[in-house]
Design a protein around this ligand. Structure first.
Ligand SMILES: CC/C=C\C/C=C/C(=O)SCCNC(=O)CCNC(=O)[C@H](O)C(C)(C)COP(=O)(O)OP(=O)(O)OC[C@H]1O[C@@H](n2cnc3c(N)ncnc32)[C@H](O)[C@@H]1OP(=O)(O)O
Length: 782
């Protein structure tokens, strides 16, 4: 894991743990032993630490966080590096992140190639830099830069890192040769001043103001997240406490965060994001599919979505033909694209060169003929089935046979596009704002108006959801995407169902229908674009929203017309009804096979709706609450405020296993279905039989094959009443009082389908079993 060699008078410690050289136990051991070996070797005058392959270590091994910690600790390894009497140089390329950056801060010198990036992304995993990073970075660069880097998790370019003083030198050409030269040049120089623990934090006299401002900022910017707050507290300790005490405080805060549900959720999201890229469908998968080359594109419609999509494509360096039906709309669209591009440059999201190039890549047109050679067309015209069918008919005639014809529709049936090439027609639903949101998908929205119909205030609902960590409440989102769009969609849905919507419509297609949006639409309140929607805006297209008594009057008039008596809805209920209806929908999506894994749904929410990562996603959130509770509350809401006329049978089935065990999907930690059963044999052994997916290596991220079957023996008679996932373990909570059987899944290897060492705790007695779980008829050895 760490290759040791000596080049002339320099010892080279090359971390060799692909793909990202994560600092696993073996790597930490290798570094510790390498430093000891080099220190003892009289031929060696200096030491270099670097990464083999594509990168310097990109951090601790995240998969180890859910497991019992194992020595040597990174901080001990770091201490031995810093204490070395021979200069140690970090030679950096690729991404030097988290624990990797901490290792480099223990080194006496740091050099890097220009393409390298450094950073402390722990905050994105619900953690803080726990191997002295919060104490050492401020000593090197001062509080403002340290606070910014540690609380944002951003990657810093080598150029900036040099400017901040993190790097001593940038090198060109071969990194190792340059590092050897550099290391030899510092041999004999005093090392004491290079040991960061002895430095004072620069600008410590301003610590209070700087840290208080940083705390206020993170509380505002990362509402609901624990890690950024603890990051500020830990960094502040670098000024308030001596080094050793600061390290102790950092370690305490790290442990607290690591034990929290937020860290688990954010680490789940990290792996879920990577898991969903390994997609599979009945007719292929990421392994077998070959991407079609897309060199030229066209966008139809220059409204909010069309211009957003065009900016997204242009920012990716793709040429775009923008088509509209008349010159006025086209010119409006071009102005919007220009403004959006300029805004993206100002925010640092798009480099100036890209924005400048975009002007040459964008071609406006009113003529469909100009689309004949493009590889990809994205239609973003009004949500009107007739219009879309006409557009697709024209595209089918004009575009080359290999062109992909896509619709940005969020609701209309893509099969109705009626072309001669259905295999080249797809839904490509961007989330608004299209140039900003990372998700591209088709997904159901939630029917968030229900609660307002009954008496809740839309502004309170938005505030509750924003306090939970959503960047925008559901009503601000509706204003952003356009109330007219929602109106058009429901008109089209009604048409496809052979009905029309009237002032009296209460159900549409079997689902409860709320007409508040229609009333706003009729009054010209189409959302941000008209300056009025659920909110009032400072101008047409403005972003500053203020509550508007006129909107509340429209809502109240609607309730009176319908004879609805306004009632008070608590914050807890607002959250439950929003979240649980999404969870319910999520389970249906899995059941219907639209998505194959809960990670797919969670990632859609994290990137499509900017759902707070510290909750992991709605499906992960459900697993933490406990599906039994979620199920009961959904039933309660269903009975009291029916969302649909039909009974929620799917949920009932899920919750109706005789042993009281609830179905969960693999990523949620356990797969249990009605198959769960227990029998007691003649020898007094109780056998629990269940269906479960385990990947104990990651705990949070479950891979195929998702299921295995097995028996577990429990001595004595116990009755399973509930199965849930706790912080670290899978638990079976038993009905006989204090008895609890815990499953510590320590080492499950997918390939051999083998579960080692399962610890069962029944009451106060703990026994360790070696459990071998095999195929459907498998059993357990003890
Ligand atoms: C007492 C406390 C001690 C120490 C505190 C230290 C804490 C830490 O260091 S926390 C970790 C900090 N580092 C990170 O958060 C970096 C996470 N990784 C990334 O951001 C990216 O992977 C990358 C920028 C390093 C590379 O990106 P890319 O080239 O796009 O590759 P992938 O993201 O697809 O990753 C490839 C592969 O590697 C797995 N992986 C990446 N980082 C880690 C890691 N730190 N630990 C374990 N595994 C990691 C990733 O999951 C991919 O594998 P799979 O495809 O199998 O999922």
């Amino acid at each position: 894991m760490v290759d040791y060699s000596v080049k002339g008078q320099v010892a080279l410690l090359e971390v060799n743990n692909p793909p990202v050289n994560a600092l696993s136990t073996a790597v930490r051991t290798g570094l510790r032993d390498g430093i000891a070996k080099a220190s003892k070797d009289p031929k060696v005058k200096a030491i270099i630490i670097c990464g083999k392959g594509q990168t310097f270590p990109a951090g601790a091994d995240i998969r180890e966080f859910g497991q019992p910690p194992r020595a040597p600790w990174l901080i001990e390894v770091g201490d031995s590096i810093e204490a070395s009497l021979k200069p140690v140089v970090a030679a950096i390329h690729g991404t030097c992140l988290g624990g990797g950056l901490e290792v480099s801060l223990f080194c006496h010198y740091r050099i890097a190639v220009k393409s390298a990036r450094v950073g402390f992304p722990e905050v994105n995993l619900g953690l803080l830099p726990g191997a002295a990073g919060t104490q050492r970075l401020p000593r090197l660069v001062g509080l403002p830069v340290a606070l910014d880097m540690i609380t944002s998790g951003r990657h810093v370019t080598a150029l900036d890192a040099k400017k901040y003083g993190i790097l001593d030198e940038l090198v060109a050409g071969d990194l190792i040769n340059a590092a050897i030269k550099y290391a030899m040049s510092v041999v004999g120089k005093p090392l004491m001043e290079r040991r960061l623990r002895y430095k004072q934090v620069p600008g410590a006299d301003k610590a209070r103001e700087v840290c208080e401002a940083a705390m206020a900022q993170v509380k505002r910017k990362y509402k609901g997240y624990e890690a950024p707050v603890e990051c500020v507290r830990a960094v502040r300790a670098s000024v308030d406490l001596p080094y050793a005490d600061g390290i102790r405080m950092e370690s305490e805060l790290f442990k607290q965060l690591n034990a929290s549900g937020q860290a688990r959720a954010q680490q789940y999201a990290f792996f879920a994001e990577r898991t969903v890229s390994r997609w599979s469908m009945p007719n292929g998968s990421y392994r077998t599919a070959k991407a079609l080359p897309v060199k030229t594109t066209a966008v139809l419609g220059a409204g909010t979505m069309g211009t957003g999509i065009a900016v997204c494509l242009l920012s990716a360096g793709l040429p775009v033909i923008l088509l509209e039906q008349n010159e006025k709309l086209l010119q409006n669209g071009l102005r919007t694209i220009k403004a959006l591009m300029e805004g993206s440059v100002k925010l640092g999201k798009v480099p100036m060169e890209v924005a400048q190039k975009a002007t040459t890549l964008l071609k406006p047109t009113l003529n469909y003929e100009d689309l004949k050679d493009v590889d990809l067309v994205i239609e973003a015209v009004f949500e009107n089935l007739k219009l879309k069918r006409e557009v697709f008919g024209k595209l089918d005639k004009i575009c080359k046979p290999s062109a992909l014809l896509c619709s940005n529709t969020s609701t209309l049936d893509i099969d109705l596009a009626a072309t001669s090439r259905p295999d080249k027609v797809a839904g490509m639903h961007f989330f608004a704002p299209a140039y900003h949101m990372r998700l591209l998908e088709n997904i159901y929205g939630t029917k968030t108006s229900f609660m307002v119909e009954e008496g809740a205030n839309p502004y309170e609902i938005d505030q509750i959801m924003e306090d939970l960590g959503m960047p925008m409440g559901p009503f601000k989102v509706r204003d952003l995407s356009g109330i007219d769009i929602g109106w058009r969609i429901t008109q089209e849905v009604a048409k496809s169902l052979g009905t029309t919507i009237t002032k009296e419509t209460k159900y549409l297609g079997g689902e409860r229908y709320c007409g508040i949006g229609d009333d706003l639409y009729e009054k010209g309140r189409h959302g941000r674009k008209t300056g009025l929607g659920f909110y009032k805006y400072e101008k047409k297209g403005g972003k500053i929203s203020t509550p508007d008594p006129d909107a509340l009057d429209i809502i109240e008039a609607y309730r009176q017309r319908r004879g609805i008596v306004k009632c008070k809805i608590s914050s807890q209920e607002v959250i439950e009804r929003q979240m649980y209806s999404s969870i319910n929908e999520g389970f249906k999506i899995l059941e219907e096979g639209i998505c194959t894994r809960p990670e797919d749904i969670d990632i859609s929410w994290l990137y499509g709706f900017t759902f707070p990562k510290y909750l992991g996603g709605p499906m992960f959130y459900a697993s933490r609450i406990g599906l039994q509770k979620v199920y009961e509350r959904i039933c309660y809401y269903h009975e009291n405020f029916p969302l649909k006329q039909r009974d929620c049978k799917d949920l009932r089935r899920r919750g109706s296993s005789t042993s009281g065990v609830y179905t969960m999907y693999p990523a949620l930690g356990v797969v249990i279905n009605s198959y769960c059963d227990m029998t007691t044999d003649g020898g007094g052994w109780t056998w629990v039989f269940w269906e479960v997916a385990v990947d104990a290596a990651t705990r949070c991220c479950w891979r195929s094959p998702p299921f295995f079957y097995g028996y577990v023996e429990v001595y004595g008679y116990v009755e399973v009443c509930r199965l849930c996932r706790g912080n670290d373990n899978l638990h079976l909570l038993l009905s006989n009082g204090e008895s609890e059987m815990r499953f510590d899944m320590e080492d499950f290897n997918n390939n051999t389908r083998y579960l080692q060492y399962t610890t069962f705790t029944v009451g106060n007695e703990t026994s360790r079993y070696l459990a071998t779980l095999s195929g459907p008829s498998g059993n357990v050895g003890t």
